[in-house]
Design a protein around this ligand. Sequence first.
Ligand code: C2O
Ligand code: CU
Length: 496
Amino acid sequence: MPSRRELRRCAVVGVAVATALGAGALAWSSTLLGEYSVMDMGGEHSSHAGHGVSAAASDPGARQVDVTALEADPDRPADVRVELVARQERIEVPGGRPVDGYTVNGTSPGPELRARQGELVEVEFVNESVADGATLHWHGIDVPNAADGVAGITQDAVPVGGRHVYRFVAEDAGTYWYHSHQVSHEQVEGGLLGAIVIEPMDAADAAASAATEFVALLHVYGGQHTLNGRAQDEHVAAAPGTPVRVRVVNTDQGTAAVWSATPFRVLAIDGHEVDAPTEVDGRRVLIPAGGRADVAIPAPAAREAVRLHVGGARSVLIGDPDASAPPAPQPDETLDPLAYGEPAPLEFDPAASDRSFEYVIARRPGIIDGRPGNFWTINGRMFPDVPMFQVSEGDVVTMRVRNDSGDVHPMHLHGHHVVVLSRDGVASSGSPWIVDSLDVRPGESYELAFVADNPGIWSDHCHTLAHAVDGLVAHLMYEGVTTPFTINGAAGNLPE
Ligand code: C2O
Ligand code: CU
C-alpha cells in the first residue's frame, strides 16, 4: 500500500504536470488497469488495414482455439530433456561483488542448453523460491504459442513450489536465449536467464561453421559488466588459423558493440545465417538488447592471441591461452546489416501482403494505476489502449515501425522472424536481414515483413524492459485464438 504521503506526492505531481501542459492536459489519460485480458487491449479491433476480418472471426460459431492447445505433438517423445530450477538468491560474480538476483540451477546465467535442429526439447521448469512467480520464454525461437512463457498470455506465472513443462521442436539452428517473462524488467535484469544453442541438423554444416565455438553471453549485474557471469575476460584456446565462432548474446537493456583489430565475419544475426558474409574491418557490429550475432574470427599464429571486444567492457581472447592482445579503440563506423552479404530469395513475397500495420512509437504524460509518468505510446495511444495487430494464419504481413521518440527501441516480436525490407526508404541490398530484435533509433522508420505461420497471441514489445513496463507493448493476435489467462488478476501475472 502506498503511504498517504506518497499518494499526496502523486497528486501534486499530477497537478504540476497538468498545469505545465495547459490545454494539452485534456488529452491525458488516467488508466486504472485492474485485471484484464490482452484480448481486450485496444478496444475495437479497428487497426487492421486492407482485408477485412475473415468470416470465421465474425461468426460466433467459428472454431476458437485456446493458446494452451497450440503445443508441440504431445505424443512425440522428447529428444532433449532438462530440468531448470529458478531461485531468488545472492549471485556470486567472479571478479566482481555479489548481487541479489535470480539463478537457474544455482548460477546466473543458467546452464547453456544445446539441441540439434529437429529435436524435441522438453524443459521442466521449477520455481523453488522466486517470490513473484516466474516463467521461461525462449527468445528468438519460434516455439508453439503454449510454450512461449509469457505470464498472463500463454500461462500463469509459476508460483513458488510450482512447475511448468515447455515443449518445442528446435526447428531453426542458431543462437538464442531463455529468460523469465514474469516481472521481466526485474527478473531478466536480475539474471533469470541463460543461452540456448540449436546446432544445425547437417553435420557438414555444423563442422563447416567452425572448428571451435564459444558462447559469449553479456549481462550487467548491478552495474557490473559480465561475460558468461564473470566480471572478467574469457580465453578460448584454438589452433593457429582455425576459425572460432563466437556466439554473442546481448541479454542487457541496451545496445552492445562488438569489434576487433583483427578482421572477422558476421556469420549469423539473431540465429539466421548471413549469405556470403564478407570481412568486417575497422567497423563495429551493434547488437540490440535481446539480439545475437555470431562472429567468426581466425585464431592467430602459435603463442599469440587476438582480442574480440564484446559489449564495451569485456573481451574474448582467442588463441594461445597464455598470450594476450592489446585492446583496440572502438571504431566509429558501424556495420550496416542492410547492405551486408549477398542477396538471396525470400521464402515469401512481401509485395503480396495481406495485412499492413503501423507501429509508431512516441511518448506522452499520463497516469497508469495511479502512477504518473511520461509513458510510451503506440500509434498515439497509451497502454492498454494500444493497437491489436490481428492476422489470419497464412497472411503475409508488412509492418512499418517508426520511432518518433528520443530513445532507441530494440523491438522484439515473439514467435516469428521478420525480414527487414527497408530503412528510411532505403531497400535492403545485402543478405536477407532476418531478425527478432531490431534497434529502431530516434527518427528511423523500418519496413518489415513476415508470414503469420505460427498461430497464437504474441507479444511485440521493446526489449529495454523498463520501456516495456511503461507500456511499450502491443500484441499480434491470430483470429480464432483465445487465452484464458489474465494480467493483474489473482494469479499475479505481470509479464513485463
Ligand atoms: Cu526476450 Cu518478450 O522477450
Ligand atoms: Cu524502448
